[in-house]
Design a protein around this ligand. Structure first.
Ligand code: PLP
Length: 356
């Protein structure tokens, strides 16, 4: 694939923030973006790196009405040796293709888009922040652009990648969060789009998140939509429990987003010789375990926060503390090891890190 290079004029280049402290997640963008188009009969074409800026789209563009789209989230890390690297990027583009299949979007050539992403990252390499715990967040997106408001599969699409420098997720350190189990709303149903990283899933969840925040909880823990009994996941993270020294996470049933951090935690745990399993976990098992002490840790896992310890759960207006409410040893170990691999401080036994 040939990528046309249309660089921003030198006088229009922005200065990357000198420090990421105080920068709100996802509000700053680098100088350039990657775009390519797809059209029936033509396939992907017009691949171009160009100055970051507004998209030209008619108000009738299909994505604005029916949300036919897919997105991804991954990061570029600056290692201790000063190199910029990616973490398992092929997994993101493979997952984007699974979302694309579900949403009737055209698929991508994984190696070609990875190569285009690397070209973009080399051009905007100064935007990968240097401070400890900071990263350049990468947002690939596909949207339906056909100018038509009749409901059907679009015949035109735009794929773009934008880059956003972000600070460490934990501005006040690696502290446990309080989450609220939702018994009022559900996120995904069997046969639906829960496993797809597509905008509608998030639009449908913000009311529950807003209500949880009003009650002092940072995120929602979703239960299955049929029985409202089995644990699914948190807003944008998968969830793990340490139950009788075993690391347990819900199995993938089609309603849960198959996280790359989740997969990495399972693979690392196995390598360390820990007991790990993906199975059904009921809310009753968790609450009973929190009371009798057999559930010792709860933590979320996702690209944004890496590992997010949970200090308390609320269910039906009752609050349950996890252990002593502090970060546990298992969550800390995964956090240290994963970030250690990402920043080149630890050996990379599975070759997860990819040079740019
Ligand atoms: C992106 C996402 C995750 C985490 O996936 P990672 O690949 O680990 O970043 C988990 N749940 C939801 C709903 C997500 O959107």
């Amino acid at each position: 694939m040939e990528v046309k290079l249309n660089k921003a004029a030198p006088e229009l280049l922005k200065t990357p923030p000198a420090s990421m402290s105080g920068v709100v997640f996802g509000t700053q963008f680098s100088d350039h973006m990657f775009c390519m188009e797809w059209e029936d009969g033509k396939g992907w074409h017009n691949a171009e790196i160009k100055p970051y800026g507004p998209l030209l789209m008619e108000p009738s563009a299909m994505v604005l009405h029916y949300a036919q789209m897919a997105f991804e989230g991954l990061k570029a890390y600056r290692t201790d040796s000063g190199e910029n690297v990616l973490f398992r990027p092929r997994e993101n583009f493979k997952r984007m293709n699974r979302t694309a299949q579900r949403m009737c979007l055209p698929e991508l050539d994984v190696e070609e888009v990875l190569d285009a992403l690397k070209q973009l990252l080399r051009l905007d390499s100064a935007w990968v922040p240097h401070e400890s715990g900071t990263t350049l967040y990468i947002r690939p997106t596909i949207v339906a652009t056909e100018e038509a408001i009749g409901l059907k599969v679009s015949s035109k699409y735009l794929f773009f990648i934008i880059l956003s420098p972000v600070g460490p997720y934990y501005s006040q350190g690696f502290n446990p969060v309080k989450i609220m189990v939702s018994d009022k709303y559900v996120r995904a149903v069997p046969g639906g789009v829960g496993y797809a990283k597509t905008g509608g899933n998030y639009a449908a969840s913000i009311l529950a998140e807003k209500e949880a925040k009003e009650l002092g909880y940072t995120q929602v823990l979703w239960l299955d939509a049929v029985e409202r009994r089995y644990i699914e996941e948190v807003g944008a993270m998968n969830i793990f429990f340490v139950i009788n020294d075993e690391i347990v996470t819900p199995q993938l049933t089609g309603t849960i987003l198959p996280g790359i951090t989740r997969m990495s935690v399972l693979e690392l745990g196995k390598m360390w010789g820990l007991k790990v399993s993906a199975r059904r976990i009921s809310i009753d098992e968790v609450l009973t375990g929190l009371k009798d002490g057999s559930v010792t840790e709860v933590f979320g896992a996702g690209t944004a926060a890496v590992i997010s310890p949970v200090g308390a759960l609320s269910y039906k207006e009752e609050e349950y503390q996890v252990g002593n409410g502090e970060t546990g040893p298992v969550a800390s170990r995964f956090y240290e090891q994963l970030t250690g691999i990402q920043y080149g401080k630890e050996a990379d036994p599975f070759d997860w890190v990819e040079s740019i």
